[in-house]
Structure formats: C-alpha cells, structure tokens
Design a protein around this ligand. Structure first.
Ligand code: 6GU
Length: 272
C-alpha cells in the first residue's frame, strides 16, 4: 500500500498531465516596473497551492529588461507638456511581442488602468476561461496612447479610486481569476461561490464557542435540522442583500417562497 502522500502525489501528477493535454493550465504573464511586489501574494495560501499543483503558471517580467539604453529608461516627458511622466511604447511592445513568441498571438493583452472597464465577478469568469492572459501594470501619468491603440486588447479598472500603479490591481485580478480555475477550490468552497454569482450576499457564519462573551449562536444552527438551517441561511442571505445591496437582487433567481419573503421584508422596512 502506498502512503497517503504518495497517492496524493500520483493524483497531482496525473491531474497535471491531464491538464496539460486538455490545455487546462492557465498561463499568466505580468509586465511590471516592480516585479518584487508580486512575490508575497503569489507565495501564500490558495494561489501558491494552485501554482504548486500546476493549475496555473505565473510569470512576472520586469519592463526595464526590455529597454536598450544604458539607464534602462521606461518613461519620458509628455509631448505637449504637462506634469508627470508617460510610459514609453517600445519596452511594452517588445515585452509583449517576446511573450507572444512563446504563447502565440491570440491572448488578451490587458492594461490595468483606472480608465478601464470595471472588474467584477462576471469579468473574472470571462477571463478564467482563457488559456493565457497578459497583464500590463500601468504607471505614472499613463502609457503612450499607441500602446492602447495597437497592443492592448482590453483595459480593466478594479474600482473608482486611483492607485499608485497597476500592480495591486493585477494582483486582485489574478486572485479572483485563479480561484475560479477548475481544481483550485474544493467543491465545498466552490459552491459557496455560487451565492455571489447568483446575486446574493453570504449568510452569517458562526463557529465555536456556542457562547462568547454572552453572545449566543442562533439556536437553529445547533438544531441539526438541515432543512431548517438551509432555509434560515437563505432568509438571512436575502435579508442582508436587501439591506446592503438591493441592486444585486435584480439578477437573483428566487423561488415563489423567497419572492414572498422579499416582499415581507420590504413591507416591514417600509413600515419602519
Ligand atoms: Cl487598474 N490602476 C490604477 N493605477 N488605479 C486604479 C486601478 C488600476 N483600478 C482602480 N484604480
């Protein structure tokens, strides 16, 4: 009998082999002026495990390595004047072209910029079905417009605020995309995911102890009645969504009973 670890190991080897044949391994290339920023987020927890299992490969490239001058110049003054610096086109074109030499010409090339389309669960799902992603982290006052026009195929922003650079945004995108890849989450974790995809916020969670500082866990969760627990959670999720994100309920699929519940909660709220 093999040890448990050996079985696991064999399982992962077979999984990896099958993934490669079926082209399930995603490759992500990131272009950045600060590649070290990516070291810790990708070497912990779920993303690390996904990399170790061969479910995703992530390559971080230093844009400076694609310059040819002595000072490795990546930026320059804007034509027409103005404050701030602009990322030069040549290093970005050459970096992306060198990556395309390895992965082919069809991968989305995504610029992280506050001017991009807003990132959300649906965009994460869309990106997770791609075999390759190329992410360019914008910086300074921006990038030369010719990069937008002739190199980039998509522009993404992670929210309505301005960051100092695209790196943190790229990490957010990678994290949200990688956790959707087949085999990254356990089926239990993956089904949790559904709630947001289905248009709900999560229900409240509790763990031991049953009483903490005199605050008790809702008794229904201790009842052992799975049906009642499921119903309570659904109610809580709906109530929370109504209170915090009523806009989400538009796309939620509700049963007849749940629809009535929504109306009851709304009526109660309107009376208050
Ligand atoms: Cl993608 N980049 C920067 N610099 N700021 C942002 C952003 C991206 N998304 C939101 N703010």
């Amino acid at each position: 009998m093999p040890e448990k670890g050996e079985i696991q190991n064999e399982k992962f080897k077979i999984l990896h082999f099958a993934s490669c044949i079926l082209n399930l391994v995603m490759r992500i290339d990131i272009l950045s002026l600060f590649p070290k920023m990516f070291e810790s987020p990708f070497s912990e927890s779920i993303i690390k495990r996904a990399i170790d299992r061969g479910l995703v490969s992530i390559f971080v490239h230093n844009i400076r390595n694609f310059t040819h001058d002595k000072h490795h110049t990546v930026d320059d003054y804007p034509y027409g004047g103005g404050s701030g610096m602009v990322l030069k086109p040549a290093p970005l074109f050459e970096a992306v072209e060198s990556i395309k030499g390895e992965i082919g010409d069809t991968a989305p090339v995504i610029l992280l910029t506050p001017q991009g389309r807003l990132f959300c669960h649906q965009v994460a799902q869309e990106l997770s079905s791609q075999p390759n992603l190329v992410l360019i982290c914008g910086h300074y006052e921006g990038v030369d417009e010719r990069v937008r026009e002739h190199l980039v195929t998509d522009e993404i922003s992670i929210g309505e605020y301005v960051l100092t650079g695209g790196e943190l945004a790229a990490m957010v995108v990678v994290d949200a995309v990688v956790r959707l890849l087949p085999g990254v989450l356990s089926s239990e974790q993956a089904s949790q995911e559904d709630s947001y995809a289905q248009g709900f916020l999560e229900y409240p969670q509790y763990t031991r102890p049953q009483v903490y500082r005199e605050w008790e866990v809702p008794p229904i969760l201790l009842s052992g009645n799975h049906q009642e627990v499921a119903r309570w959670r659904r109610e809580q999720a709906i109530q929370r969504t109504l209170e915090r994100r009523p806009d989400l309920l538009g796309k939620a699929v509700l049963s007849e009973e749940e629809r009535k519940l929504v109306d009851r909660i709304k009526a109660k709220r309107d009376r208050a």
